[in-house]
Design a protein around this ligand. Structure first.
Ligand SMILES: [Zn+2]
Length: 512
């Protein structure tokens, strides 16, 4: 490969897609020549027209990885890190990104500024658009609600070679960056154990009087999936300061929702040691759920309070009056923290360890502020050692990880292994593969985790379905499992006793 041609292509790409300032062009060319170990002679008559039409940078990152290997520019296994580092070189530094964003916002409006930043994060290979497009996705219409089910194939699996390399890699004595969310990731070269973030760029903003920043998620779970992150590496918390921070975010980005995961293990997100919120441009299933019952809050008459027609225990506050909505949201948070209803198994704490927590999710609707709040509890029992309000064990073949706010809102992110496993189960139902119940129970069988579900599907459908019927039967089962998992997460079950306890909780909010 001619490295000098590649340099010209990269320069043309940065100009077309990454807001390269003409003042920086000669400097960038020299940085690229250095990165590719080339001298200064220029390639002549390079046709770079095609790069302006690229939607994603894959052609160029592939060339960079191949070139690195060909010229031995990095150790084997580090080609992707090398390519990310070069894509980072092509991207303006954080100060310029923030200044360009503010300039665009002032001149063309917020929507144009956000679109520009989003597009830049795709074009500099931070958002993995091609990998995301490989995910499976379908909808499940269930009465008034529609669940969204995705099988996430976009997170890369490490090859055996990488795993072997990992074993022999020197261990870091001091962890840097401190975690995957810290801002010190911005521009971090990466290792085999920590993602390369040379191309990560963030936008600064103030939330609740604190310094935060916003970035996109590289493996988006939904449209324009962004993450707001505190500049301080401090633990997740949901307290009286949370509503104000969420509302500050939706004032800055009125077309995005923003929500906090519950801040306790089992029911929280996967990273609890660094305060962060999930947001984005999608409207998730729970946000479309209707209010099942409305309540008056006499001391805040401008606030509409409602209980949602939804699987788990969720409230909706809505008001044009931001301060009033914030006050009621704080009241919900504080009332829930100490609420127990032993008659339905809800205990706020045991031996001083708190169990109650919640996920507040804010958005704008026209002039109004909306805050949905999902009540959560992380208590365990002998019967459910992994969590009473977690996915129950009979569903772990489909989903075992914690049910964070995105899934609690009805968008399921199922593990990538299901793509082949569900197809193999469909083959059994259509007779394309034999049904051997004994073999499924042998250790290490690839479908072993699904043995009980397969037995139940075979009992229901037999093994002579058409291929299409078999696929539909498997999907229907997964759909039902997802709905059942949401029912598991409900602290107030949707029966008489559960709803009575829910009403009692709501009087604490409305009467205070
Ligand atoms: Zn951190």
């Amino acid at each position: 490969m001619d490295g000098k041609i590649l340099v010209e292509e990269l320069l043309a790409y940065a100009k077309a897609h990454l807001s390269l300032d003409p003042l920086d062009a000669p400097w960038l060319k020299n940085r690229l020549l250095a990165a590719l170990s080339l001298d200064g002679a220029t390639a002549t008559a390079v046709d770079t027209a095609y790069v302006a039409a690229l939607d994603v940078p894959d052609t160029l990152t592939e060339k960079l990885r191949a070139y690195a290997r060909e010229r031995d520019l990095c150790e084997e296994g580090y080609e992707a890190i090398f390519a990310t580092e070069v894509m980072g070189l092509l991207t303006p530094p954080p100060s310029a990104i923030n200044a360009l964003f503010e300039k665009k916002k002032a001149e063309e409006g917020l929507d144009a500024a956000v679109s520009w930043f989003y597009s830049l994060c795709i074009h500099n290979d931070y958002i993995q658009k091609t990998a995301i497009s490989r995910n499976m996705e379908w909808e499940y219409r269930d009465g008034d609600n529609t669940l969204e089910i995705t099988v996430n194939l976009s997170k890369p699996e490490k090859s055996n070679k990488e795993i072997a390399k990992l074993l022999s890699a020197p261990k870091q004595t001091e962890k840097y960056p401190a975690c995957a969310l810290c801002q010190e990731n911005e521009g971090y070269e990466g290792t085999l154990t920590h993602p390369a973030r040379g191309n990560l760029r963030t936008l600064s903003l103030t939330m609740g009087g604190e310094a935060w920043f916003v970035q996109y998620s590289p493996y988006a779970y939904y449209r324009e999936h962004c993450i707001a992150i505190s500049r301080a590496h401090t633990p997740m918390k949901v307290d009286a300061t949370t509503p104000r921070k969420l509302l500050d975010f939706v004032d800055a980005f009125p077309h995005y929702f923003i929500g906090s995961n519950a801040a306790l293990p089992i029911v929280g997100g996967s990273i609890l040691n660094h305060e962060h919120y999930q947001g984005g441009g999608a409207l998730l299933p729970m946000q479309k759920a209707p209010v099942e019952r409305a309540y008056a809050v006499p001391s805040y008459p401008t606030v509409k309070l409602g209980r949602l027609s939804w699987y788990n225990s969720a409230l909706r506050l809505e008001s044009r009056d931001r301060a009033a909505l914030e006050a009621v949201a704080v009241r919900v948070i504080e009332a829930w923290r100490d609420f127990s209803a032993p008659e339905v198994g809800i205990l706020a704490a045991s031996e001083g360890v708190p169990h109650n927590t919640l996920s507040p999710i804010a958005r704008r609707v026209g002039d109004s502020y909306v805050m949905d709040m999902i009540l959560r509890n992380n208590r365990t029992s002998e019967e459910y050692p992994e969590g009473i309000y977690h996915a129950h064990p009979e569903y772990h073949n489909v989903k075992k990880e914690g049910i964070g706010l995105i899934e609690a809102m009805g968008r399921f992110i199922l593990p990538g292994r299901l793509k082949t496993q569900l197809a193999a189960i469909a083959d059994i139902l259509s007779g394309a593969a034999p049904y051997d119940a004994a073999a499924l129970r042998t250790e290490g069988h690839p479908l072993g985790v699904h043995a009980a579900m397969i037995a139940s599907l075979v009992a229901e459908h037999g093994t002579a379905l058409t291929a299409a019927e078999a696929e539909a039967a498997v999907r229907t089962r997964v759909n039902r499992v997802c709905a059942a998992i949401l029912d598991n997460t409900a602290v107030f079950k949707r029966d008489e006793a559960g709803l009575a306890a829910f009403e009692r909780f709501l009087t604490l909010v409305t009467n205070a």
